[in-house]
Write a protein that binds this ligand. Sequence first.
Ligand code: ADP
Ligand code: MG
Length: 681
Amino acid sequence: MDRLRATDITYLKGVGPTRAKILGEELGIKTLYDLLYHFPSHYIDRSQFYAITSLRSDMTMVQIKGRFVSLNTLGEGARTRLVGLFTDGLSTMEVVWFKRIKAIREQIRIGNPYVIFGKPAEYNGRWSMVHPEIDSPEDVESTIGLRGVYPLTEKLRNRGITSRTLFSLVRNIFSLHLKNVDDPIPADLRGRLRLIGKRDALLAIHNPRDNDQLIKARERLKFEELFYLQLNILSYSRRRSVRFGGHTFTKIGHYFNSFYSQCLPFELTGAQKRVIREIRRDMNSGRQMNRLLQGDVGSGKTLVALMCMLIALDNGCQACLMAPTEILATQHFETISQLAARIGVNVKLLTGSTPKKSRDLIHSQLTDGSLHILIGTHAVIEDNVRFARLGFVVIDEQHRFGVAQRARLWKKNNVPPHILVMTATPIPRTLAMTLYGDLDVSVIDELPPGRKPVTTLLRMEENRLDVYRSIARQLKQGRQVYIVYPLIKENEKVDLKSLEDGYEQICETFRDFRVAYVHGKMKPAEKDLQMTRFATHQADILVATTVIEVGVNVPNATIMVIENAERFGLSQLHQLRGRVGRGDGQSYCILMSRPEISGPTRKRLSIMTSTTDGFVVAEADLRLRGPGDIEGTMQSGMSLSLNIANIATDGRLIQLARNEAENILENEPTLSAHDNSLLCR
Ligand code: ADP
Ligand code: MG
């Protein structure tokens, strides 16, 4: 394999400097390995030919057998084109070229049989095909099985490089270099999982005999890819946990116990208890904990985090909680200092706007150890913030803090603190395993009892008055309401306009009520002011863009209206919905949309109206949109550039690969045994 990686594509028969250059530029193919791993995106059954009369405009690629009747160069200058009249014996169609006219003219003989292959288009009742591939019938009929259609670019097609060209180059690799392809998956594993050999898989992926063989080839190549990914992730986290020892928290003492007996106003849910046990086991293991805590909004993550911080205090350490925004940090501070007030825990808040005097006090109390819990924003990782003995760090909402920032916290002490990352963005297990491969995952999958699920409704423009009436009803009962508008970069101006119009309309409609207004373009101070007005009930309605997505806790708010809901992703809608249903009142999430939305969009939105389970929503979102979005916002430090496997749809294989990788590392931690030696690549 290494030979193939190291061999420049120029050395392949059929590739000269010009082709090598354009393959590199257009497809990133530089070595034999790259070409071998440039897989077809789909396959055409080459035993099937179409009659021109049976063409439909939704067909992607078809092949037609026939003859050219005429061939004429028309137009001039940039508009020069070659137009051929092609007949299948029953009817005729046009075949058009704009490029390589001279070469094509020389290649085609009028009256000889050809097979043309391309996408048919209909114009004024007449079929045509632009830049088709042209083969002789013998060539086509001697190709057995399915023929791959390779991802190509316009530029390559213009230079006459077709799927057929790529396939013949791949065939050259097979005939000369297949002996250099070795199989990295140990034979016993292959046998146990019934995976076909690597050479067979590569041959079959480029030219499968039939669909069954293609499926086997895909399975094998996907498994290999995922297996290495998991192996890398797992061995990375093993190395790390060996490198970093950790505080060992053996004691449960005064703080935890008195909180549990005196301050806890309710019974913990089963899920909360289980997660606390998981965290305690980590903190007692002698190794640094790196754990991701997932749970829907309101599932009681913050409480779990607090109780774990108290365990750190019981073991003579300090704790720190970091939130992505000032508002969130402030809310955490209020909740936690209130909860912990009675047991003598010293809690302080540090943000960018903490006055110098308080800041100085915090600094000195941190270094003399009398400050127990520090809550804050990014301000807590500044270099001048030093702890006497930091033992436990909670990071709220992973995606705002990257790996590098986590590392800065570790550096604040000789022994790195245990780290708990909390997120309310549920991630399907298979994705978490990959994205957060270096974190262990705990899930709170149970809401505290008595919580009323939010009722979600899909409403169209024509129902707007009804929606406003429902809003008015809640407002009159003293409740608060969110109204959210989309704001995406591409057409920011239009969006801002609709937000402003919406704001005016709301002020007009609800004259007796106070309306706050926030969007991302505002100055932070103004934004905070508006948010605070709403949070403290000096405003009844908050008109906003998604800036409120992560954040505020206003239990008195009972309606969330989302305008142009079709423009949001499901996970985002779920986050927004989580802003309501936090108090004792029945809450509603109203998705406003246009009646003309498409079937798939309606189906997508109906997932929201049919479930309140964040994991179900996340799975659906992942299936519909792929992992791109989640990947973009979360920094795992691991690249997910998969060639053939798909994080969204290959859950079963990911799990399988994970198990097998764990097995191997369990038995051969250094991967040194003979059969595994190929794994260390
Ligand atoms: P999250 O951080 O997951 O959004 P919180 O920890 O903020 O959730 O909890 C949400 C609300 O539910 C808080 O008011 C909290 O006091 C309450 N709560 C947490 N755990 C329980 C429980 N076991 N029983 C009842 N209420 C709970
Ligand atoms: Mg919370």
